[in-house]
Design a protein around this ligand. Sequence first.
Ligand code: 5GP
Ligand code: ZN
Length: 116
Amino acid sequence: MLDSNCTFCRIVAGDIPSTKVYEDDQAYAFRDLNPQAPTHVLIVPKEHIESLNDIAQGDEALLGHLLRLAPKIANQFGMAESGFRAVINTGENGGQTVWHLHVHLLGGRPMTWPPG
Ligand code: 5GP
Ligand code: ZN
């Protein structure tokens, strides 16, 4: 179900322009507007799910699909071998600012740990 108040639902619907890097029947991936690495892609389910806290048992396959797209898209950008980071910020303390589940795919530079 699309939520017309949700930025990422609007991006999936094409109401807000985005730079698409991948799409299938369940998922859409596009470049982050404010990239934190040379390659910064957001992978989202087409269905509106607010966060990891809202994943139900029936969503396990979808979640697995989104995660599997991280190395697939990383490979598309030639950064699967060199490595990448896949992050799902969840809730306020997790740093989530857009309330539509998304996997950040970051690469093209070495990452540090711990995150801020
Ligand atoms: P969060 O902070 O929720 O984990 O990540 C939200 C991400 O969405 C941020 O990295 C932010 O730059 C990105 N973002 C927010 N609004 C838009 C938008 O309209 N278009 C694109 N491409 N990215 C967005
Ligand atoms: Zn949404």
